[in-house]
Ligand binder design. Sequence first.
Ligand code: BES
Ligand code: MN
Ligand code: MN
Length: 455
Amino acid sequence: MNPREFLDSKKEVRLEELKAFLRFPSVSAKSEHAKDILACAEWLAKHMEKIGFNTKIMPTGGHPVVYAEYIKPGNRTTILYYGHYDVQPAEPFELWKTSPFEPIVENGYIIARGSTDDKGQLLTHIKAVEAYLATGQQLPVNMKFLIEGEEESGSENLEKFINDNSALLKADVVVVSDTAQYGRNSPAVTYGLRGIAFMEVKLIGPDRDLHSGSFGGAIPNPINVLAKVIASLHDESRHVTIEGFYDDVLPISEWEKKQIARLPFDEKEFLEKTGAKGLMGERGFSVLEQLWSRPTLDINGIRGGYQGEGGKTIIPSWATCKITMRLVPNQNPKDILDKAERYIRKLCPPSVKCEIIKHGGAPGVVVPTDGPWLEAAGRAIKTGFGLEPVFIKEGGSIPVVSTFKRVLGLDTLLLGWGQSDDNAHSPNERFAIADFERGCYSALALIDELSRLSR
Ligand code: BES
Ligand code: MN
Ligand code: MN
């Protein structure tokens, strides 16, 4: 049996294994799931050990990394695979049609939290390796798998881990499957991701809630002030007004404009996917330019005042909001956070106290679009999907990709098997079994393709 035939013969088993992986509620953001995270890491390590990797669970400042390698002297290429075994919280539970950690198969989809982001996608590469080793073949490349448990919480401990283990992680190229295809039957190689910067703003007025009749009109209402601050962060054209926000943004290159113009894009279909009633992006840019090549600012949550049933006539003591900015390459998250802080402080009147927490972030990335690596990735996809891939960027972020470049000097090949309507981070997350399958065959072809290249 050759590796392809092995994949052919194990479709059912593979799906059961994915289900087992998905049953762990490995939610990194919530401390109540710390045990589940560990159990998931242990399952994964054992699974990889059984396949033939040398595996260890390595501590970090947070949730552990699962590290697995296969080294054969004489192989000239070393691939560093990255993925994450943690998942987003499943809330709101009531919007799930089935239980988020009890995977089921329906209409060709496997439905569970983590199915597309990222357990299902990650598993394809492991299954490709298994296909080699289980059929008595040696791998033509060396492999190192770095699988983390904190991606969905910002990968805050991973940079230090990579710094501390840079010799262990030495490789020629990084491979990540944690993005999406461009559309149905339109697989893609992703050559760019946006970065991200997080912050929280807290405005404090009176030192406790006050009667809004006795004090309203004279005493500052921090929610009123916060609303005004937030409204001042964009102008009429929906540009971000923070001073210097766009200073380091590079103009969209002619090559990229052409590339984007070549891609089919149906606005109606795009809207239908989201349920939104209309578009509302930065003026002067197409939707794909807005999503892929322009920085943004969004309020992710806002709190303060009375939220309970009925009314309560108060001037609230405080108001908070969470802000994320999506960044493009060449923008520095620290610098952007400093600029945002300076601007927000200027917007705040002296009658409220303004506390700002800057959480850091990660820069955006682009992968060189010329050169043999991306072409090899394209050929692997062509083999696995039987379809010509397109070259795209994504608006989401994978923080560690910039770390790979900065610390290890490595470019990353982003090969996504998912779909943008797989409901990642949403209720009823799903992954098409056909995409899982095509991912496995592409992952197999990729090993072959990359074995012919080295740095
Ligand atoms: N897999 C996503 C990244 C992604 C999202 C790629 C959309 C392509 C399209 C990843 O798991 C993710 O959700 N990243 C977070 C990072 C954040 C928590 C620092 C994101 O983009 O919000
Ligand atoms: Mn992911
Ligand atoms: Mn995610």
